[in-house]
Design a protein around this ligand. Structure first.
Ligand code: PLP
Length: 406
């Protein structure tokens, strides 16, 4: 039998950590060979003390980077007062956070949970309940090819990538997948049985593909025409990342959904998801129809409130540095024929290659730069919102060397 001490003597810490995981964890992740230990600002440090510039930020979660002093202060203060109280009782921060989300989104009411996929489940239940009030036949959901909405069975059912769904079928019935930005296909998919259409304004996992405003506007019209809910999944693309509170506010005028689903950056690393709905959608969920033990606890909600106070003053910065980053990447792209396109908004940026990107990601790690690759060929950058221009310049210099080596 292998014991801690017998593994430990001759292996490095990284090898020990990996060996232990390989023995005791489900084999669902294929992690990069890096053991991270601490973070400060836009940098993380591995077990040996090596520093990495973090352009992936916990897949878009660490919005204020690592160890932000204001977040730490609130965390310490609130942890000493109360971490959890369940939803049996009130605490001071849920209502305040819901008011802030309402102001930021233009919608009315929030429900809090612990992750993106849970938020999507709640939105799906809202859509189903909305449809059922009208007719038991009104349960169909329209979603996009290439979308990603989470790993629970409901969210998976509307995820438009067969590779995620195929091992778990049969999933929810009545889901129609349509091509992104194809208006006639969307018109064709709508019917009286449609209870909702769910769209990522910018597909994240799918490779940083934005919707056109025209498409989103037509989805709004069709949802109204068929009394279906328009649901935007802004788990990855929302809450400041596009340089607006929500990506649907990029359109002029904004295309207001009935429901927006948010999570990743909301509580700067603490698990927190939210469904924010207008009165019509929210009224589909009555007492006892949905709930959670952990969701919306005082610690996560108070941290999220502090985050929003900081975010209010960061939106312009995100817009500005995101523009610089995109511009520098586009310049870089001109020198490498295997770079097909650079796209995105704010600090959600993809660089599409016509070769696999995994080795570039691994080489980046060796050079002290963290980012990832989605859809095999799209280098994805979701840096912390506090990233500075000099840090972006540094990242682009490293990237240039990485691309030169290809
Ligand atoms: C658009 C989108 N929806 C849903 C999810 C699922 O969120 P979570 O992993 O927190 O469950 C993700 C996660 O990457 C996402 O990007």
């Amino acid at each position: 039998m292998t014991t801690d001490s017998s593994i430990g003597q001759e292996c490095s810490l990284t090898e020990q950590v990996m060996a232990l995981e390989q023995q005791y964890l489900l084999q669902n992740y294929s992690r990069y060979p890096l053991v991270v230990r601490r973070g400060k600002g836009c940098y993380v440090y591995d077990a040996a003390g090596k520093r990495y510039l973090d352009l992936i930020a916990g897949i878009g979660v660490n919005a204020l980077g690592h160890a932000h002093p204001r977040i730490l202060r609130v965390l310490r203060e609130q942890a000493a007062l109360m971490i959890h109280c369940s939803n049996l009782y009130y605490h001071e921060y849920q209502g305040k956070l819901a008011r802030k989300l309402s102001e930021a989104s233009g919608l009315a009411r929030s429900f809090f949970c612990n992750s993106g996929t849970e938020a999507m489940e709640a939105a799906l239940k809202m859509a189903r309940a909305h449809g059922r009030r009208i007719s038991p036949e009104k349960y169909e959901i329209i979603s996009l090819d290439n979308s990603f909405h989470g790993r629970t069975l409901g969210a998976l059912s509307i995820t438009g990538q067969a590779k995620y769904r195929q091992d778990f079928e049969p999933l929810l019935p009545g889901v129609r997948f349509v091509e992104r930005n194809n208006v006639p296909a969307l018109e064709e998919a709508f019917n009286e049985r449609t209870c909702a259409v769910v769209l990522e304004w910018i597909q994240g996992e799918g490779g940083i593909y934005p919707l056109t405003a025209e498409y989103a506007r037509r989805a709004r019209e069709l949802a109204d025409q068929y009394n279906a809910l328009l649901v935007f999944d802004e788990i990855q693309c929302g809450v400041g990342r596009p340089g607006k509170y929500f990506a649907y506010q990029l359109a002029e005028p904004p295309v207001l959904p009935d429901v927006v689903v948010a999570a990743k950056p909301l509580a700067c690393g603490l698990p927190l998801g939210a469904v924010i709905a207008n009165e019509k959608a929210a009224s589909a969920i009555g007492p006892g129809m949905h709930g959670t033990t952990f969701g919306g606890g005082p610690l996560a909600c108070r941290v999220a409130l502090e985050f929003f106070e900081i975010l209010d003053d960061l939106l312009l910065h995100i817009h500005h540095v995101g523009g610089c980053f995109r511009h520098e990447l586009a310049e870089l792209a001109r020198h490498f024929s295997f770079v097909k396109e650079v796209r995105g908004y704010g600090l959600m940026i993809g660089m599409e290659l016509d070769i696999p990107g995994k080795q570039i990601v691994l080489d980046g790690m060796a050079q002290g730069l963290l980012f990832n690759c989605t859809h095999d060929t799209v280098l994805r950058f979701l840096p912390p919102y506090i990233i500075t221009e000099p840090e972006i310049d540094r990242a682009v210099r490293i990237l240039k060397n990485l691309l030169k080596k290809v």
